[in-house]
Design a protein. Sequence first.
Length: 64
Amino acid sequence: MPKYRHELKFLCPEQELHLIEMKVRQLCMPDAHADESGIYYIRSAYFDSLEDECLSDNYDGVDD
């Protein structure tokens, strides 16, 4: 039986976005596509399971 994933989307207050940014900066390297000031605008953040199930499903062709 096929499994389908779904997305939940939430609006995030500006103050909370700054807290998330500070936490992510401690975990991730800057994007190579950032502009000269180091800024790279993203419009969405996606979170997967600890086992990267959604990513694996995409690689396996389970879902477009």
